[in-house]
Write a protein that binds this ligand. Structure first.
Ligand SMILES: Cc1cc2nc3c(=O)[nH]c(=O)nc-3n(C[C@H](O)[C@H](O)[C@H](O)COP(=O)(O)OP(=O)(O)OC[C@H]3O[C@@H](n4cnc5c(N)ncnc54)[C@H](O)[C@@H]3O)c2cc1C
Length: 235
């Protein structure tokens, strides 16, 4: 059993500042104020529209990221319906195969330590043992998955438009959200706030979430090949 920490992969081009200028242009059609566009993007114009609830204008632009988290977290993410998703399938992936290392991979819950950590790890190992036994007994991967744990690592490519990202962050960075959801959502929000402040700087988040447990946010190329890791800090 491989134990890893969660990550969020963000292709460099997805948060390109050019999208802000395009949104300003699209929005100005409503007011026929194209003539008031300057050489630079005007953040106050877009912010004022979002602030009065004229939010449909930011639906024209989208961003795609990949969450590498456990299946409990992705089960919650996919409840957001104005979205497109592609998820690693436990029907088609057989973790006894060489390409998976002949074992399952799980996401380490950051909140366990000592005896509780041992109990969690033991539970996952028992699940893995049963899964591999079912496969040896002739069951298919989609049948054997019945015993896989919630902690199973999964990859979820997620596409939302900017309005949906705001909605997602509002719900999933709040103190009411599951801790492992906040672990991935808060550092991702901070990246969105850095790159696209006009759209995200007003979105609140749980400021008490421990920064040392933030999921790693990795900047990638368009095909999710890593380029660099972003150091996200609390503010
Ligand atoms: C803290 C927390 C606890 C939760 N606990 C539970 C739980 O115990 N059990 C459970 O089942 N779920 C739970 N959920 C999931 C929750 O009920 C939503 O399914 C999930 O958050 C998706 O949010 P949404 O429906 O607002 O947004 P999205 O699906 O992202 O949609 C965005 C917005 O579009 C609009 N919209 C979308 N579809 C419709 C529609 N059909 N009709 C009208 N308007 C629509 C709404 O304004 C909606 O807010 C929880 C969520 C959170 C954040």
């Amino acid at each position: 059993m491989i134990v890893i920490k969660p990550q969020v992969l963000v292709p460099e081009g997805q948060l390109d500042e050019g999208l802000l200028r395009r949104l300003e242009r699209y929005t100005r059609v409503c007011y026929k104020s194209e003539d008031r566009m300057g050489d630079e993007f005007n953040p106050d114009f877009l912010k004022s529209k979002v602030a009065i609830g004229h939010e449909s204008v930011i639906e024209h632009e989208k961003a795609t990221v990949m969450f590498i988290v456990d299946r409990g977290v992705t089960h919650e993410i996919v409840r957001h319906r104005i979205a497109s998703y592609s998820q690693e399938s436990t029907r088609y992936c057989n973790y006894s195969r060489d390409k998976f290392g002949n074992e399952i991979t799980v996401i380490e819950p950051y909140f366990f330590s000592g005896e509780a950590y041992e109990t969690w790890a033991g539970g996952c190992l028992a699940a893995e043992k049963a899964y591999l036994a079912l496969l040896r007994q002739g069951c298919s991967a989609q049948e054997a998955r019945s015993v896989l744990p919630n902690s199973l690592k999964t990859e979820l490519v997620t596409t939302y438009n900017m309005r949906e990202w705001r909605h997602f962050f509002n719900l999933r960075c709040s103190a009411a959200a599951h801790p492992q959801m906040r672990q991935a959502a808060i550092p991702l929000l901070k990246l969105f706030q850095q790159r696209l402040p006009a759209l995200f700087e007003d979105v609140p988040c749980d400021t008490n979430f421990p920064v040392e447990h933030y999921a790693e946010v990795v900047i990638t190329d368009d095909l999710f090949n890593p380029l660099s890791t972003i150091g996200i800090s609390g503010r």
